[in-house]
Design a protein around this ligand. Structure first.
Ligand code: SF4
Length: 474
């Protein structure tokens, strides 16, 4: 059977299966029948379409993560509207299959799957070290460009998943249009919005619940003390109130965490997991390891290579044993078949408040600018072959065959290579700090030490767990 047909059959199977599960999973009488069917369905789908890497341990990781995702949806009691947005419209729609074909004929590979957009740099908080502290009113993406990008993602790629980041997206305002207008005008797109949570009041939570196409991921740094150390006294209660409001209006929400050398142990502790998932009922967590970019660059805050391996181990215990969707952006490279930047198949680009386009949120060198592309008569497809994006994708495709996906990140785990791509393609630094680190031997030395140490630590795990599929003794 052709791979394309297999993908279509799998999508159809998954779609119906997930519908049944999400709607029937809350019924305790149906669970013993449904759950084994779900697990079997996921396993079969992955075995039939193993993805470009397809190693035994990679398939296992994908299985555990997808299963946790389904169980998290059931535990949260995801609404029909939200389920419908995810399954029928945003993720498994037929539109995607059609557009994939058109795109493949033109570019030779599948289109990107989503886009991350930071429409506003400004924020209502003044957290330590955050770039948004210095934002001006002008640092905002014009509404017509914002809307057009979302429309073109749908038309050119069949992609309807949009990640909104910041600054604080709830602060965005352009000629009386806000982020809520974007959600309302695109009912068939799914929006994952990273937010500090402080501007989501009862009215907004109710609107999000009614719309059913928004899932806020609220930032936390850990439990009360750690969160308030960075965000200020009294802030923890505000976050907890926001999460309760979201729960009240049945808005599927998650948490987002920046892992640092200081909080690495806390964010995988039983206490932390119990509090956010069992007590407050979060549906998922996204973990981003501190990246030394932006203002107040501090490489010493990156979790150490030892902590990174500890986070890998613990995060899989949470996903596998507790069946909680706890996604670690760097450590779970095997789930996404490695780096998802630079518009690779199913991957993404990042657009900031000045319409600059980057391969990734954490790659502070712009490949181009979408406003300029539009002014010159182009469209979103013109991002694909910008020199920096092309270079990174060539590396990604090669890395699928040779690489260790526990070190998927060009800019963090292969710093010298990423730097050479930036210099060769004349990519534009996002800010003064990004320019400065390109010329800073000390920064380079620290990144190199980190990369070398990490490679030593992960290579054994990669061989044993991923190539051989054996988790024993790890
Ligand atoms: S560049 Fe790094 S952080 Fe960005 S998608 Fe790739 S692996 Fe992830």
């Amino acid at each position: 059977m052709k791979l394309e047909t297999k993908v279509k059959i799998n999508n159809l199977l998954m779609k119906n299966l997930l519908y049944g599960i999400f709607h029937g999973g809350n019924n305790p009488l149906l669970r013993p029948i449904l759950f084994p069917v779900v697990e079997k369905g996921i396993w079969l789908a992955l075995k039939n379409v193993p993805g470009p890497v397809g190693l035994p341990g990679v398939i296992q990781d994908k299985f555990y993560m997808l299963r946790a995702m389904v169980y998290s949806g059931i535990r949260f009691g995801t609404t029909s509207k939200f389920t419908d947005t995810i399954i029928s419209k945003a993720i498994l729609s037929n539109l995607r299959a059609e557009k994939e074909k058109e795109f493949r004929e033109k570019f030779g590979f599948d289109p990107p799957g989503f886009m991350t957009i930071s429409p506003a740099k400004k924020c209502n908080l003044r957290c330590k070290g955050c770039y948004a502290n210095s934002a001006s009113e002008k640092d905002q993406l014009p509404y017509d460009i914002f809307s057009r990008v979302i429309k073109e993602m749908r038309e050119l790629w069949g992609a309807r998943f949009v990640v909104i980041s910041g600054g604080e997206p709830m602060m965005y305002k352009w000629n009386n249009k806000t982020i809520v207008d974007i959600f309302k005008e695109n009912p068939d797109s799914l929006f994952l919005m990273y937010t500090n949570g402080s501007l989501i009041n009862e009215e907004k939570a109710k609107i999000f619940g009614e719309l059913g196409n928004v899932t806020p991921a609220v930032s936390v740094e850990g439990l009360k003390e750690t969160t308030e150390q960075r965000r200020g006294k009294g802030f923890f209660e505000r976050i907890v109130n926001t999460l309760k409001l979201l729960k009240k209006y049945r808005v599927t929400y998650g948490i987002s965490i920046t892992a640092t050398r200081d909080n690495a142990e806390e964010i995988v502790s039983d206490e932390f997991i119990d509090f956010y998932f069992n007590e407050l009922g979060a549906a998922y967590a996204w973990v981003f390891h501190y990246m030394p970019i932006g203002r107040d660059i501090a490489p010493e805050l990156i979790p150490t290579p030892e902590q990174r391996v500890m986070l890998w181990r613990k995060s899989w215990e949470i996903v596998r044993d507790k069946k909680i969707m706890y996604a670690d952006f760097w450590n779970h490279g095997p789930v996404s078949d490695g780096c998802i930047s630079a518009g690779r198949p199913g991957g993404y680009f990042y657009i900031d408040w000045q319409a600059n386009v980057y391969p990734c949120v954490f790659f502070p060198y712009a490949a181009g600018n979408i406003k300029e592309i539009y002014e010159n008569g182009g469209n979103l497809n013109d991002l694909i072959n910008l020199p920096l994006n092309k270079k990174i994708r060539e590396w990604q495709f090669k890395y699928w065959k040779e690489g260790d996906l526990l070190r998927p990140c060009p800019i963090r785990d292969h710093y010298m290579m990423a730097k050479s791509f930036v210099l060769e393609t004349n990519a534009r630094p996002a800010d003064e700090a990004a320019d400065k680190i390109l010329k800073d031997p000390d920064y380079e030395k620290k990144m190199l030490e980190y990369d070398t140490e990490l490679a030593k630590k992960t290579s054994q795990i990669w061989e044993m767990v991923y190539r051989n599929g054996s988790r024993k003794a790890i």
